[in-house]
Design a protein around this ligand. Sequence first.
Ligand SMILES: NC(=O)c1ccc[n+]([C@@H]2O[C@H](COP(=O)([O-])OP(=O)(O)OC[C@H]3O[C@@H](n4cnc5c(N)ncnc54)[C@H](OP(=O)(O)O)[C@@H]3O)[C@@H](O)[C@H]2O)c1
Length: 299
Amino acid sequence: MLSIFSFLSQMYPPKPRFTEKEIPPLHGKVYIITGASSGIGLELAKILYSKHAKIYIAARSESKAFSAISSIKTLFSDSTGGSKTAQGYELQLGTNCIGTFLFTKLLTPLLLTTAKTSSSSSVRVIWVSSSAAEGLSPKGGVDMQNLDYKSEKAGMTKYGVSKAGNYLHAMEFGKKFGGEGVLSVPLNPGNLDSELYRSQGGIVRWVLRRLVLYPPVFGAYTLLFAGLSGDVGKMGRGVGSVFPFRADGMGLMIAVVPWGRFMKICGDLVAASKAKTEGGTGIARSFWEWNEERVKPYP
Ligand SMILES: NC(=O)c1ccc[n+]([C@@H]2O[C@H](COP(=O)([O-])OP(=O)(O)OC[C@H]3O[C@@H](n4cnc5c(N)ncnc54)[C@H](OP(=O)(O)O)[C@@H]3O)[C@@H](O)[C@H]2O)c1
């Protein structure tokens, strides 16, 4: 029979001594939690996910499971537990850079053929980067030694890296194919109230909306300018059709910014865009080649 001491001790236990504070990072660990769409299992899933573990939630109701997953991801948007592509790359790097790279690579033969029979500067590739490329990425845009994130970084830094990657892809693509009549245009669309902020909490979204976000159609205007404006075509002339070099030949590198203007890009991205023989760091070329390796299995 349960003693009165045991009964009371379990009814009114002492403070927990083994909590999330005692748990180390759980990168690479996998946990399956049954009944985790609510209650104790959900709380456990939150703790383990906050420590970057990969979590599988087994539950009776599909809709409750999805709602639990989305609430956990919202709470711990910095976790790397679920933020990987099917191929195992960091999700933003995979989506924003590797996927885009492959898609563009597959379309390039068609772009080149089309450019031969189209009016000057009308065939363009628009690379949707972000102010995060300059504001949130490490020096040089991407750290070639840490693209697998063995040294863990904040989610915003990873976003910045992926957006710097877009800019570097634009530069490298321009160098490779500008001379064949395809214009390569990097841009920052502006801060738009889109689904991009899906992983942010409601309060953060509310504050962002009040302070910096504009209706998404404004972002469409930035893209419209980059894709169709004759001014962009004029900027590309004089140096093949490599858009980001100014027509004055001074090597000043620019991007299209909200809502359809030109602006100089920051110094370390300029250096990253140039080869070592041009006085740069050669990061854009290295990043291009890294992407080439990643997409090799997809002819
Ligand atoms: N919004 C901004 O403030 C802002 C600022 C600077 C730069 N940008 C850049 O602008 C681009 C478009 O952003 P947005 O604001 O329009 O974003 P969004 O509302 O989040 O997404 C637009 C599209 O991306 C797709 N997508 C999202 N995650 C994906 C994934 N993992 N795999 C495949 N497709 C995925 C979405 O498909 P689903 O509907 O299926 O998810 C949707 O079709 C992005 O490259 C972003 O980095 C946006």
